[in-house]
Design a binder for this molecule. Structure first.
Ligand code: UD1
Length: 360
């Protein structure tokens, strides 16, 4: 059996890594190839993750780079069609909800190649998010839908996906987290940034709804400056956010208790998350990782496609009204945190279950 896994953007790499390791344990049964689309291309958005996650260099690198949604998706499709024609895989495995996920699924579907979608069924019910469109369309094309939380099963059934295509496999992102957590002890990241365990706030923000307009970016700067009056803040800045901050001449308006850094590699970022007093984010994956680590998380979005992190985890979705976000920060600083539980099957064995299903 020949399988091509697609990895394109930063949040894909830690999902593909445990699946690749598991396929390698069965190399007598499966020839596994990795195709990196090049959606993310900076060293610190891509290569550092391959190194940290001990992934081999990709078998194919498509080098598509940035562009509008249509341009990027189209470039990935054209380039991936060549790969699929050359390799004639039995199955294409895609993860998450980025443009690379949908583009390669579309190519595979039209070539009659089976598709496995890892992290299927998540829904924010907000179609203004490009990821929501990517999720819905990828799921509708997939043959194997591997779900991380129970809400995913309900969503897929509601959309008419047959029961026998849905597999509750758990969360591969947590497989990576569990595997690499011991290595964070050797990370010098806290020392390098002069941070003390449990005494700083970690921030990541890159969603269009928070960073694409000058008005929302100004609100973000005001909000973070208020947080920094109480606690040191570290803010590793995504290239998209950095560009907008520079365009709006706001990069130098953060107060000096905010450490503005470049994007940070996987293991150092885990170390920062594990030792933070709280995390403020608009990322999807970080909502899950903080829940697993029992670290309070404030999500600056109007919805989440990962409701289990709110229902039983440590996540609070506060919307994009940053006064509400500030209230949430202050209540956490007063010690009003919920401890939270770890969702079912977030146990480090998701890749094993996924590969087991695909190889039977
Ligand atoms: C993408 C995903 C988003 C995910 C995020 C994680 C889509 C629709 N969005 O958003 O779901 O949460 O990745 O990071 O797929 N850029 C660089 N260097 C890089 C990567 C990007 O400079 O290595 C710049 C690009 O030039 C572009 C901008 O960042 O202008 C955004 O990149 P893009 O891949 O389009 O979307 P993200 O915002 O990263």
């Amino acid at each position: 059996m020949k399988i091509i896994s697609v990895a394109g953007a930063r949040p894909n790499f830690m999902k593909v890594a445990p699946i690749h390791k598991e396929f390698r344990r069965h190399k007598d049964l499966v020839h596994h190839l990795i195709c990196h689309t090049g959606q993310h291309f900076d060293e610190n958005m891509s290569k550092v993750f391959f190194d940290d996650l001990e992934l081999p260099p990709p078998d194919y690198y498509l080098g598509v780079g940035a562009g509008s949604h249509a341009e990027q998706t189209a470039r990935i499709m054209t380039a991936f069609e060549d790969v699929a024609q050359q390799e004639k895989p039995d199955l294409v495995l895609v993860v998450g909800d980025v443009n690379s996920t949908l583009a390669c699924s579309l190519v595979a579907a039209k070539m009659g190649i089976k598709i496995a979608h890892v992290e299927a069924g998540l829904r924010s019910f907000d179609r203004t998010m490009p990821e929501e469109i990517n999720r819905m369309l990828t799921d509708s094309l997939s043959d194997f839908l591997f779900v991380t939380e129970k809400s995913g099963i309900e969503n897929l059934k509601r959309e008419g996906i047959a029961d026998n295509k849905i597999f509750f496999s758990g969360n591969v992102m947590i497989d990576s987290l569990l595997y690499y957590l011991p290595k964070t002890d050797r990370s010098g990241v806290l020392r390098n940034f002069g941070l003390n365990k449990g005494k700083y706030v970690l921030v990541t923000l890159h969603r269009p709804s928070n960073v694409d307009s000058e008005k929302s970016l100004k609100r973000v700067v005001f909000f973070l400056n208020e947080v920094a009056d109480k606690r040191k803040v570290i803010f590793p800045v995504h290239p998209r956010t950095r560009k907008k901050l520079i365009d709006c001449e706001l990069l130098n308006t953060f107060n000096d208790r905010i450490i503005i850094s470049d994007p940070i590699g996987y293991i150092d970022f885990l170390a920062l998350m594990k030792n933070a007093e709280m995390v403020i984010t608009d990322s999807g994956g970080i909502q899950e990782e903080t829940t697993f680590l029992h670290i309070p998380c404030i999500t600056i979005r109007n919805s989440t496609e990962r409701p289990v992190t709110v229902e039983i985890g440590t996540n609070r979705v506060v919307g994009t009204d940053l006064h509400k976000a500030l209230d949430a920060v202050f209540s956490l600083l007063k010690g009003e945190a919920k401890n939270g539980d770890v969702p079912p099957l977030w146990d480090g064995k998701a890749a094993e279950r996924i590969v087991g299903t695909l190889l039977t």
